[in-house]
Design a protein around this ligand. Structure first.
Ligand code: FES
Length: 100
């Protein structure tokens, strides 16, 4: 597989290359690659990954190409994506209020 083909069919997760199949979500790609948790809870530091798998529980949050708090279970995997695990102590920036 050429480097271009490899990039088109894989993302990186915390610096590791994770291949995916067309149509898979990020969560599915991570699970298929043996990664079952990618964030911890703020209080107990218990591990979280997929729970509901349908976008309802928000247990599966990751950062995707710099965008925080994306749900891995419903976000399609795309070639070259840079996905990182969530740090619960790093505050999520809220969008600026509009005053128009
Ligand atoms: S696993 Fe529940 S929102 Fe993603």
């Amino acid at each position: 597989m050429s480097p271009q083909e490899e990039r088109a069919t894989s993302l990186t997760f915390d610096g590791r290359r994770v291949p995916f199949r067309p149509g898979q979500t990020i969560g599915a790609a991570l699970m298929a690659h043996g990664i079952s948790s990618w964030r911890t809870t703020r209080r107990e530091r218990t591990e979280r990954g997929l729970f509901c798998g349908i976008g309802v529980c928000f247990d599966c949050l990751v950062t995707v190409d710099g965008a925080r708090a994306e749900r891995a279970c419903i976000t399609p995997a795309a070639g070259g994506q840079v996905v990182t695990s969530e740090d619960p102590d790093r505050p999520v920036r809220r969008p600026e209020a509009r005053h128009d």
